[in-house]
Ligand binder design. Structure first.
Ligand code: PRP
Length: 209
């Protein structure tokens, strides 16, 4: 059995249909019986439906052989896995955003609200900017609105959340999309099926062009 960790939620549906079209029959997440493990015995595939931010944990620790995860999460957590393919779905950008009219006062410490602590630290240390990280789990846009932070570092997809909260992008510094990743030892010992997946998913990308 090849164990495949897939994200539940926003990215999930496009991931499931991409796998399905590539011939790896992937049933959509069944919210009714809330199954988290779905087996396809005939094809030797076992799907594990996990939180988007946990996919790389399963793969790195070999609880899954392969997985599909956002590049934002790979940048933040830097897992020891192989990143084999850019799937071109779940596209968004990692951005610094702030209230309209924001001007950076470099004489004071910049307060940055984010769930991407390492990404934000890296961004500002490259720019030699003194800052304080305020870690939030979600609804990051509330940071500047409530005065909790000066700016945010977050992913922006449609831009609707920023717009609705009167924030603007200051710097879009990284393109993000979903990536196909593999456990290093699985890549060695189950190379045939993993390479087949990479090829067939890659063919899907070509067809979609
Ligand atoms: C993400 C992100 C932004 C929003 C951007 O949040 O943190 O808040 O999506 O998308 P948009 O540009 O299309 O509006 P998510 O929906 O994952 O929820 P969260 O606030 O709980 O993190």
């Amino acid at each position: 059995m090849l164990n495949i960790a897939l994200p539940k939620g926003r990215l999930g549906d496009s991931v499931y249909s991409m796998l399905d079209q590539a011939g790896f029959d992937c049933p959509a997440y069944n919210d009714i019986n809330r199954e988290l493990v779905i087996e396809n015995k005939k094809k030797g595939l076992r799907y594990l439906l996990v939180k988007p931010g946990d996919v790389q944990v399963y793969v790195e620790h070999h609880a899954a052989d392969v997985g599909i995860v956002g590049k934002d999460i790979l940048l933040e957590t830097e897992p020891d896995v192989y990143e084999l393919l850019d799937l071109g779905i779940g596209k968004c950008r990692m951005c610094v955003a702030a209230p309209r009219g924001f001007a950076d006062d470099r004489s004071s410490t910049l307060r940055v609200a984010t769930k991407y602590v390492n990404v934000a630290k890296h961004y500002y240390s490259e720019r030699n900017r003194d800052m304080e990280i305020i870690y939030l789990r979600g609804s990051i846009e509330l940071g500047p609105i409530t005065g909790l932070s000066d700016v945010i570092v977050d992913i922006v997809e449609t831009g609707n959340t920023l717009k609705a909260n009167d924030l603007v992008v200051i710097d879009a510094f990284k393109d993000i999309s979903a990536r196909f990743i593999a456990n290093k030892s699985s890549f060695k010992f189950q190379n045939r099926i993993i390479s087949e997946m990479v090829t067939k998913l890659g063919d899907q990308l070509e067809e979609g062009k």
